[in-house]
Ligand binder design. Structure first.
Ligand code: FE2
Length: 341
């Protein structure tokens, strides 16, 4: 069980307790003292005027002091929340996934998507293990992992990823695609194929099934569902012609593509849904201003469900982080239930 500390709450509680330790009636009266009264009219003299001016200055100083203290406390509280609480406060999202031409055998088929684990970036293993075990207990039909599994292509974490995902015992093996971190790519075209191949080899050694510009078919009776896994969009190797080879045009099809910018490129493919990650929901989203960092070209694709030309994009906010800070962008696990239309 993960415990959180609430430093500001503890101080508040301590203050309340110390108040109650005295005479409660007296304390309550003290708290609700009326503003100081002059008890009737006061004759105006020079010394009174000076006293009034000095009292006004003191009141203003007290007000500024209180405002500063309040602001500091609020800032510290928000920082503590964004660092200690929200990064681990995972949200489970359930969504319907209507798919054209889906056969009845796949009605109710459940897919769980996780993304952006960022192992190696200080994401606690016990936190990930807790949620991976939860996924196992949910017994979905399929689990997909949409990239950025190991932070900055650190292959030493691939063993742990293999062991983590092996804890999920479901009918179909989890399907994995690469993200920009597996490529060591931090903008368009900056990654290294050698790095991506090294991470891939380490993951395959741990028994993971990777899709790099390729498809796989899931069968139920005589019905089929195509899953296409795209190479990372920033890698320069993103290739939809190769990836969709052998996928019939009107077949039920879902594509996995780490970077949501790829949605526009994939509109003319058989995929009716694109599952992405990468943005982390902006990680820090200021009320009224929105996310402060969205590393994509189409800034509107920050998190959640989008529709264009009858196609769907879902952007998962990820389970881990780049730096341990989240505000108004909670980590997420998404469970889709397929329906036919
Ligand atoms: Fe990421």
């Amino acid at each position: 069980m993960i415990m959180f500390e609430y430093p500001s709450g503890c101080i508040a509680r301590r203050n309340a307790v110390s108040l109650l330790q005295g005479n409660p009636v007296k304390m309550a009266l003290k708290l609700f003292d009326p503003p100081e009264s002059t008890n009737g009219a006061t004759p105006i003299t020079n010394s009174n005027l000076n006293n009034k001016t000095s009292r006004r200055r003191q009141t203003r100083r007290n007000f500024l002091r209180s405002a500063l203290a309040g602001g500091t406390l609020a800032a510290l509280g928000s920082a503590g929340y964004a660092w200690r609480i929200e990064p681990l406060w995972l949200q489970i999202i359930h969504r319907k996934m209507p798919i054209p031409n889906l056969q009845h055998d796949f009605d109710g088929f459940r897919i769980i998507q996780i993304s952006d684990l960022h192992l190696g970036a200080g994401v606690p293993l016990e936190y990930l293990t807790k949620w991976i075990d939860w996924i196992g207990r949910r017994r979905p039909d399929l689990v997909v992992i949409t990239g950025d599994i190991v932070h900055r292509a650190q292959t030493e974490w691939c063993g742990i990823v293999g062991k983590l995902l092996a804890r999920i015992r479901v009918d179909n093996r989890p399907l994995v695609i690469l993200g920009n971190h597996e490529w060591g790519a931090f903008s368009m075209g900056t990654g290294s194929a050698q790095t991506a191949d090294r991470v891939t080899a380490a993951m395959i050694k741990e028994g993971l099934s990777l899709l790099r510009n390729e498809s796989t078919v899931i069968s139920r009776g005589s019905s089929r569902l195509y899953i296409v896994g795209m190479e990372d969009y920033w890698s320069g190797r993103f290739n939809k012609q190769t990836a969709f080879t052998g996928v019939p045009k009107s077949s039920p099809c879902i594509a996995l593509s780490h970077n949501p910018d790829s949605f526009i490129d994939l509109l003319d493919t058989p995929a009716s849904w694109i599952l992405s990650g990468h943005t982390h929901g902006g990680q820090v989203s200021i009320p009224l201003l929105g996310p402060i960092l969205i590393p994509i070209q189409h800034k509107q694709f920050v998190a959640g469900h989008y529709q264009l030309d009858g196609k769907n994009l879902y952007v998962n906010r990820g389970i881990g982080w780049f730096k341990r800070v989240r505000f108004n962008a909670r980590p997420e696990i998404t469970e889709f239930t397929l329906t036919h239309i």
